[in-house]
Design a protein around this ligand. Structure first.
Ligand code: GA4
Length: 329
């Protein structure tokens, strides 16, 4: 990534007056092997829309292998990386996020995880990048998906849904519209002198059902608590961080909140994160699940297909409330 001068940084990236956010010690931690995991998950999703998952069973080696391959990719020359872009939406992207003018101090690879519709661009990324990049990505995603099914099944149980696979089936569907993102936030020493924060990835909620994030040990991730306070998430490279997405907020009729989050770039250390976004098939109807609703409870959202929601999402800016048009007045 090209190092920018101070005026250029000001021009392109949202620099906020520096406000130090201490590492927050109150992030809920869920041990996947705990006998009460289902209730811990439900409470965390209700109170934070976010939790840290430990004892998850995904071999740490898979994370390390992918981190190495990703770093190998991001170390390539700009022109080589650009050959894997632009992101449409899949492929390599730098600084520009989405199609509507959002920018951040980040470069990334956005990949489709559905083998049925894996885009030619993703295939060419793997062809041009040997060292088993593809196998390493696939091994990681397979393990994370399996873990995610367990989380969603416990969640369904905790919500009192009789059909355990009510949520996990959406991701197990071979047409599930899930994707995977590798984000690289290079260090930016220039910003230290400015006493400002440099936005790596601006505030947003994830559109899908659930997101599973793993990062290296560089901090930067912040979440917005229900009272509107932003707090920094202490990094933990051996654990996963789980986000509730917009679709799950709708399906639980607002019991779970999709968590607003953002990433600030670091002045000295690079941050590497890998995120699996579990989404339903495009034709899937999203609406509050009758099995979570109480007798007489009003639906807060209109029914829509995942395709309708995605179409609207891609006309939005990152910070927009994408659920607003689907809310019942
Ligand atoms: C946010 C979550 C995922 O990173 C993502 C992003 C997507 C993109 O980068 O192409 C979006 C963004 C995300 C939400 C609104 C639209 C679409 C950029 C953007 C401005 C891959 C996703 O699914 O939605």
């Amino acid at each position: 990534m090209v190092v920018l001068s101070q005026p250029a940084l000001n021009q392109f990236f949202l620099l906020k007056p520096f406000k130090s956010t201490p590492l927050f010690t109150g992030i809920p931690v869920v041990d996947l092997t705990h006998p009460d995991a289902k209730n811990l998950i439900v409470n965390a999703c209700r109170d934070f829309g976010f939790f840290k998952l430990v004892n998850h069973g995904v071999p740490l080696e898979l994370m390390a292998n992918l981190e190495n391959e990703a770093l190998r990719f991001f170390k390539k020359s700009q022109s080589e990386k650009d050959r894997a872009g632009p992101p449409d939406p899949f492929g390599y992207g730098s600084k520009r996020i989405g199609p509507n003018g959002d920018v951040g101090w980040v470069e990334y690879l956005l990949l489709n995880t559905n083998p049925e519709v894996i885009s030619p661009k993703s295939l060419s990324i793997f062809r041009e990048n040997p060292h088993h990049f593809r196998a390493v990505v696939e091994n990681y995603i397979t393990a994370v998906k399996n873990m995610c099914y367990v989380v969603l099944e416990l969640m369904a149980e905790g919500l009192g849904i009789r059909q355990r696979n009510m949520l996990s089936r959406l991701l197990k569907d071979e047409k599930s519209d899930s994707c995977f993102r590798l984000n690289h936030y290079p260090p930016c020493p220039e910003v230290q002198a400015l006493n400002r924060n440099l936005v790596g990835f601006g505030e947003h909620t994830d559109p899908q059902i659930i997101s599973v994030l793993r990062s290296n040990s560089t901090s930067g991730l912040q979440i917005c608590l229900t009272d509107g306070t932003w707090v920094s998430v202490p990094p933990d490279q051996t654990s996963f961080f789980i986000n509730v997405g917009d679709a799950l907020q709708v399906m639980t009729n607002g019991r779970f909140k999709s968590v607003k989050h953002r990433v600030l770039a670091d002045t000295t250390k690079s941050r590497l994160s890998m995120i699996y976004f579990g989404g339903p098939a495009l034709c899937e109807k999203i609406a509050p699940l009758p099995s979570v609703m109480l007798k007489g409870e009003e639906c807060l959202y209109k029914e829509f297909t995942w395709w309708e929601y995605k179409k609207a999402a891609y006309t939005s800016r990152l910070a927009d409330n994408r659920l607003a048009p689907f809310q019942k007045s």
